[in-house]
Design a protein around this ligand. Structure first.
Ligand SMILES: [Zn+2]
Length: 153
């Protein structure tokens, strides 16, 4: 199991500011790389086109919601033959493109729902008679579907 960290991936993110006012915690975070590879032609570029802020939810701290103000950059692709002239830096260990929550928060949601579904299924199964909850056609007492109609030619 990975060691818990304040930021989703401290190797590529830098914490600029932490604001704990109100009932939520906001972390202003920037990326640390100096260049980024174009997702289309894979050529690295350090020519920054612009920056923008992504609002991303992260794991809560002691019951308080955590919001990342993630400052990401758009780069110019320096390959004159590439079809993409501008691209946004990717953070595959932090957040998926267009996602509104971090990868680790998504993982927790998935684990929670898997556990919830497992508990629901387990409640339905009677441990003394594990077949009690199954429909009768699954027990072999009745055919799975109605008998086929006789086809007359
Ligand atoms: Zn390119």
């Amino acid at each position: 199991m990975a060691k818990p960290t304040l930021l989703p991936d401290p190797t590529c993110l830098h914490l600029q500011l932490l604001d704990a006012s109100g009932s939520a915690i906001t972390a202003r975070v920037t990326t640390t790389s100096t260049e980024e590879a174009c997702p289309l032609c894979h050529r690295s570029s350090s020519r920054i086109h612009s920056r923008y802020v992504r609002a991303v939810a992260d794991l809560p701290w002691m019951g308080c919601a955590v919001h990342l103000e993630l400052y990401v950059r758009r780069f110019f692709c320096t390959n004159s033959e590439c079809l993409r002239q501008i691209f946004t830096e990717r953070l595959p260990t932090v957040v998926s493109p267009y996602a509104r929550r971090t990868m680790r928060l998504t993982d927790v949601f998935i684990m929670y729902h898997q556990k919830r579904i497992f508990c629901q299924v387990r409640k339905r199964i009677d441990l003394k008679n594990p077949l009690a909850g199954l429909p009768t056609h699954m027990l072999g007492n009745e055919p799975a579907c109605a008998p086929r109609a006789k086809i007359c030619h």
